[in-house]
Design a protein around this ligand. Sequence first.
Ligand SMILES: *[C@@H]1O[C@H](CO)[C@@H](O)[C@H](O)[C@H]1NC(C)=O
Ligand SMILES: *[C@@H]1O[C@H](CO)[C@@H](O)[C@H](O)[C@H]1NC(C)=O
Ligand SMILES: *[C@@H]1O[C@H](CO)[C@@H](O)[C@H](O)[C@H]1NC(C)=O
Ligand SMILES: *[C@@H]1O[C@H](CO)[C@@H](O)[C@H](O)[C@H]1NC(C)=O
Ligand SMILES: *[C@@H]1O[C@H](CO)[C@@H](O)[C@H](O)[C@H]1NC(C)=O
Ligand SMILES: *[C@@H]1O[C@H](CO)[C@@H](O)[C@H](O)[C@H]1NC(C)=O
Ligand SMILES: *[C@@H]1O[C@H](CO)[C@@H](O)[C@H](O)[C@H]1NC(C)=O
Ligand SMILES: *[C@@H]1O[C@H](CO)[C@@H](O)[C@H](O)[C@H]1NC(C)=O
Ligand SMILES: *[C@@H]1O[C@H](CO)[C@@H](O)[C@H](O)[C@H]1NC(C)=O
Ligand SMILES: *[C@@H]1O[C@H](CO)[C@@H](O)[C@H](O)[C@H]1NC(C)=O
Length: 877
Amino acid sequence: MAHHSRLAIFFLILLFIDNSYTAFPPSLLDYNAYGVKIAMNEYFFVEVQNDNYAPGFLVQFAPYNDTPVSVQCTVTFRNSIDHYIYSVTMGKSQQQFFFAGELTNTKNGTFIGVAKYNASSSSCDTRFSFTVQYFYNYEHQEYYVIHVEPSGRYAYGFANKFIFIFDSFNISLNVWNGNETWPDHSFSPHAIDITNNFSVIAGFIRNAVDATAVYIPVIYLINFSSFTNYPYIVDQYRPNATVDTWQYLLTNSDADTYSAKYDMSVSINNNGGVLVGMQFINRVFLFSVARSNPIRLYFISRNTNGRSLGNGKSVAWLDNGFAAILVNTYSLNYQWASSEIYVYDIQTYGYNSNSTPLSIFPNQHQLLPLSFSSIFLQIISSPSSLALLDDQGNVLIMNPTPSGYFPAVRDSGSMPVFTSAQLCFPGTYKNRSGIHDCSICPSGTKNGGNSSTQCVACATNSFCPLGSVSDIPLSALTTTKQVIAYPKSPESIIFDEILLQNMFHIGSGHCLVVSPIFWSLIVAAFAVLIVILMSILKHRVDHPQSRKIRQRLKCIFKHTDLIGEGELWVGGLVSFAVVVLVSFAYSFSRQYLYQYPIESASDSHFACDPSLRNAKFQTNLQSISIPPTDAEQKMFYLLNNQTFTLHLDFVNTAANCDIISLQVLYGTRWSTIRWLSCSNVNSILSLTVVLPYQHASIQIYISGTQIIGALRVGLSSAGQEDEHYNLKELNFYQAFYKYGEVLTQNLSINLDMTKVINETAAMVGEESDYSGIYIPTFTTDIDSLFLTEDQYVYSTSSSALLTLVISETPYYVKNLQEPIAKLSEIIFHNILFTVVCLEIFGLIFLLYKLVSTPLRHVYRSCYAAKHKKNNERICVF
Ligand SMILES: *[C@@H]1O[C@H](CO)[C@@H](O)[C@H](O)[C@H]1NC(C)=O
Ligand SMILES: *[C@@H]1O[C@H](CO)[C@@H](O)[C@H](O)[C@H]1NC(C)=O
Ligand SMILES: *[C@@H]1O[C@H](CO)[C@@H](O)[C@H](O)[C@H]1NC(C)=O
Ligand SMILES: *[C@@H]1O[C@H](CO)[C@@H](O)[C@H](O)[C@H]1NC(C)=O
Ligand SMILES: *[C@@H]1O[C@H](CO)[C@@H](O)[C@H](O)[C@H]1NC(C)=O
Ligand SMILES: *[C@@H]1O[C@H](CO)[C@@H](O)[C@H](O)[C@H]1NC(C)=O
Ligand SMILES: *[C@@H]1O[C@H](CO)[C@@H](O)[C@H](O)[C@H]1NC(C)=O
Ligand SMILES: *[C@@H]1O[C@H](CO)[C@@H](O)[C@H](O)[C@H]1NC(C)=O
Ligand SMILES: *[C@@H]1O[C@H](CO)[C@@H](O)[C@H](O)[C@H]1NC(C)=O
Ligand SMILES: *[C@@H]1O[C@H](CO)[C@@H](O)[C@H](O)[C@H]1NC(C)=O
């Protein structure tokens, strides 16, 4: 017994020692090592499972769906222990597959095998007959690739040290030294694809000894001899890095040992289009080869994806000139970040760094199965279907769907996972068959979900952005503002000036009718008329009666004289004009007094300018942290005590309330709250939420895949009126929309609320009236909320999130309205005005007297002298 166990331990130790010095211990669970582990054509899909010492093959027969017709087998070949399979491949239309690899665990040798399908057998064990050929002359190869020519008869194997042709019909293997074919003996092949007429193989060669890069990539074009089927190199392309780029600094010094980082991928389509992916420089190259005379590898374009690794980890042409590119993102030190499959229509739109894919997998509604890892390794096309391998060995087979449908993942829990056709969502369409997703309806067209093969034109004056589901009237996007700019004070806020301006202004039309000076002048004109009449009476009519009338009038006018205190009868006449002017002044002042406050004043018909108001204004910003006065404080209380109701309209969407959930931030915790109302009427999803507190942060999750065209945000709150305090009703809306674009999935809106407080000083007494309202400021840049058609393709998140943060500005707007003139001031200034008017005329009379009295004396003395000496004409003073 003891003896036996000692023996067992001895053998175990031997085993470990043996293992420790084998040159090639591959990790059996790593699907990302030493080659392509999946293959597919229209008959079956094969996945290599190296994960125990005897490798097996998972074979999934077409059709690739979950129906009972679809059969699956796990098969292996006899004596397969210690076989490590590098890669598996198959022709386009044969019911057989090839596999190649090396022996491990102290055994040495290289092998190539074929598994032929026997259609008449019903059991998985006998369905495939295996033939394996071994050769032992070559040491372990780090890179060893195989491929089949399309007819499926000949398999080619390429490594640095050897090349072989394996005839699967007559089972014969022809191996020769690699250095007989490779123009550069250091060439190690990393990826290959073969067509009837040519082949493209990509790999590394050793660079010149003095160069920076130790290994550099090279792409060879291979022609096949029509007699012997021998491959020979006819052209090559070296993707040189541009100077001063990060790729230029790569040395690739470890490219001689296997590393998934140096994986390459080649795919050729029926038209001679060649895609070569090199993930270590983040590039995919597109070449073209003339099939009739394949002697040149024409470079067409390339796609570089920024400063990361992983673009073109795997490439696969699909039908109709489409291609799928596996775009992984690794940091430069090869830390995985993301994996996505981009589907391009290369035939129609070309392919370069600026190309936009038709769709990206996974996306909003094409989700990964739950069991799947998010690290993708390989894609293979059939070429109509596409198989995807993840790093756990899980497989997803995406089947092409006809127009109007997209391939939706059906997570059945079994492996492989298949897709099935699902109708395009409203707002999207698909007019070609393929594995790509539906595209968003272009701006100006809509799809309500009935016909998904094309979008129909919208009505002309409706809101119809990208991805529309129906015609939305523009009125659904009205922005409501509640506050207008506060008025400015008039040019003059001194009552004297206003009074003088209005008294001595003559305009036309209405201004003429209300002009005091105009009426005064008319009265003055009458006065002049009377003066003329009087002088006519005096000088021309020499009649006692007329003299009497003249004396009486003089007497009356002397009594009415306010200017010369009854001295002059002309003064009496002029006084009438003064009285008219002063009366106008009183009337103006009385009416002017009541033009306050502007909110209750009507047009000033009594003045030339109907907008004349007895009000002056001040507006300023004040810090909210300076304690307000007691009178103001109450307005603050009212404002701070308002309860906000949030209104959200998601415009032009088919989304329903069932995909909405709400959270509000309490402290540092997001808690769920309920909405007040929610409904989708005419493609507008309206949501109303009562906010638990004023400056709440609220998150609205929109799970699911619906497209939203525009957003309208509003807040409402009831008003309240008190004796001196008027809290205005809050009710504003702000629409966010952009023609030709669609809302992003990650919406972040900041809403700053500012208090606006109007103070209206009282005309009589001390107590002012206050009114207050909040005004909103949306500090979010509207451009950050919208995506163009191209950007939308890259938005792959399966849910949308709207975060609304309400905060208050640290200042408030204080508006103050005060009367320009109060009653006492008006009375005082009117008295002044009267006195001034009288005094001015008095002054004129005084001047008149001062000038006229000496003149009259002179005249009289001259007149007298003239009578004395008729000859003398000179007046002597
Ligand atoms: C591999 O095995 C063959 C015989 O099976 C032997 O001749 C050869 O030396 C071995 N090569 C190496 C590298 O071990
Ligand atoms: C195919 O399978 C059937 C039934 O198992 C068997 O009789 C037949 O010999 C097989 N043919 C080949 C070529 O292996
Ligand atoms: C292949 O085998 C067929 C018979 O199965 C034979 O006629 C033909 O000559 C063979 N071809 C070669 C190249 O060995
Ligand atoms: C190719 O390599 C083999 C073995 O490595 C060597 O014997 C042979 O001379 C080489 N041929 C050429 C053309 O370099
Ligand atoms: C890359 O550089 C080599 C050597 O300088 C040159 O022969 C080759 O044409 C260049 N390839 C490209 C694509 O520019
Ligand atoms: C490509 O090869 C196939 C078979 O070798 C041949 O039938 C076909 O004519 C070739 N195509 C062209 C364009 O030369
Ligand atoms: C490549 O192969 C085709 C036959 O497949 C042949 O007609 C053509 O001449 C070859 N071209 C070169 C450059 O050898
Ligand atoms: C599909 O739709 C696009 C965009 O509307 C259009 O350019 C294209 O011609 C359509 N293709 C087919 C096959 O109808
Ligand atoms: C604030 O509102 C609550 C109820 O909504 C009310 O009880 C309270 O008196 C109000 N406070 C002020 C200062 O208006
Ligand atoms: C303040 O007064 C202006 C001018 O009358 C008015 O437009 C505005 O609505 C008032 N604001 C408040 C908060 O009452």
